[in-house]
Ligand binder design. Structure first.
Ligand SMILES: [Zn+2]
Length: 106
């Protein structure tokens, strides 16, 4: 099966995302600025290729400062007991707060 050019670009971009994300995780403790650099490269690739960053990775990237939101190191994760359940992720680098609703299982 032959892949079209856009499929190929998507494939390569997704592979890069995973690799860069992995490197960002590995360096978060020892070298946070390098870790952020990897995330910035990841974002740059997504802007250039227009391949969306997968959701599971996006959850861990701060939109404001591009830090990897690593629980206990660069982020604080809380459950909101009020209203409908929410997960609140706070970036400890820039203070930005993200909220995710928890979808209830039927
Ligand atoms: Zn941030």
């Amino acid at each position: 099966m032959k892949l079209s050019k856009s499929e190929l670009i998507r494939d390569i971009a997704l592979q890069r995302y995973e690799k860069l994300f992995d490197l960002a995780i590995k360096n978060i403790k020892s070298n946070p600025s390098l870790s952020r650099r990897y995330i910035e490269i990841l974002i740059k690739i997504s802007q250039r290729t227009r391949v969306r960053i997968p959701r599971n990775l996006k959850y861990f990237i701060c939109k404001s400062c591009h830090s990897l939101l690593y629980p206990g190191i660069t982020s604080r994760i809380r459950l909101s007991p009020r209203r409908s359940s929410h997960i609140i992720v706070t970036c400890l680098i820039c203070g930005r707060i993200k909220r995710y609703p928890i979808s209830k299982k039927k």
